[in-house]
Design a protein around this ligand. Sequence first.
Ligand code: GDP
Ligand code: IMO
Ligand code: MG
Length: 423
Amino acid sequence: MKSLAIIGAQWGDEGKGKITDLLGEKADFVVRYQGGNNAGHTIIVGEDKIVLHQLPSGILRQSCTSVIAHGVVFEPVAFLEELAKVEKKVSVSPERLKISLNATVITTYHKILDAAREGASQNKIGTTGKGIGPAYEDKTSRRAVKVQDLLDMNQLKRKLQISMEEKSYLFKEVYKCEVPSIEEEAQKLFELGKKLAPFITDTFGLLDQAFQDNKKVLFEGAQGILLDIDYGSYPYVTSSSTSAAGVFTGAGIPSGVLEEKLGIAKAYTTRVGEGPMPTEITEPIGDEIQKIGHEFGATTGRRRRCGWLDLPSLKYAVKASSLTSLALTKVDVLSGLDELKVCYAYKVDGKTYDCAFPGLDLEKAQPLYKDLSPFKDDFKNESYSRELTDYIELIEKAVSIPVGIVAFGPERSQIHFRKEYFQ
Ligand code: GDP
Ligand code: IMO
Ligand code: MG
């Protein structure tokens, strides 16, 4: 196997960072291809906790090159701060960190617009406030500043002017907020560009060569399929293609080359921000899961909503990305609970659905639960209790792909591989 994508199969925070860091040990390249610093990917190494937002989660592995491809929305200020933090732990030379010259830049204007909209709206999305949506809007409306523009002051000013044509009106008349002048913003971005210059390159060509040289390439998704702009619970989604489709456009690789699409799913469900969540638990056991699982957002610190495993959504996510196997994470969090349920279908307007689909109104979905026998496992070896084995088999049967990985703690060693990856 030479290429593998790690894709969140729920509403994000499934443990992609941990799995990427582990499989990154065997990879030559680890590539982020969509999203931006809305992502928060946690890696625990001994006593150290590292939360990565824009840097690929292969960055701790000296033998691999980290790539930020053109599908990413790139925030230069936050990036340099993150790099400085990581460099205290591991040295990062421009040889092993590459940023696409064609990635879209998140400017100060995008962040202000994101915050202003969320502040003013009755219909909040509950965004991370990082300017992700406004930056992708500029990309789609063909007025984005690209990373290579940071290296050319004239081009940068011209692009910022284009990007600001309509926004100036919004800031002044609609949201009534102060923003930096184009001159100030251009100066700031140009200075940042000087620091970023050694890392900026044509990552499309780099990856093309990597495939020709038979290198092992790992693609690290951000967010999850249920937050996808097309497949997700619209409008409560992020603004990028978080499904497997995003790998092809966001990193620029031919569609045939992706051999394994590994979906990451928690053994239960969490969500941060607004939007429907059919299996959200309102009883005390929901708080118990939240506490045991330390379910707080890695980027915003917000409390994550917790619920039972939602099979209709998971099954849909598997189909929407043709996932080939699953990593089931945080199984330890459910171990020892007095109760265990799984949602096997929803009722919506009197009809029963065992698989979600784009546009299914999840606000109306009433979960149908199966009560299962709770499990209590210590994960000291790979033979699990009958109850946990049944739980895993039930998931495999519902989604029709194998659970190739079981994770039972945040640390690198707390994992069982039931399938080989990158051999
Ligand atoms: P990501 O965004 O998908 O990378 O996930 P986050 O880092 O936002 O959230 C996952 C959280 O769960 C982090 O705090 C991880 O350290 C932690 N974690 C990952 N896998 C496991 C696991 O199997 N068990 C437990 N208890 N924690 C885990
Ligand atoms: P990782 O990669 C969980 C959610 C936000 C909000 C919606 C839109 O760590 O799994 P945005 O700022 O993207 O416009 O917010 O998406 N969201 C995430 N939820 N994990 C993430 O990333 C997320 N990134 C965005 O909470 O509901
Ligand atoms: Mg996260």
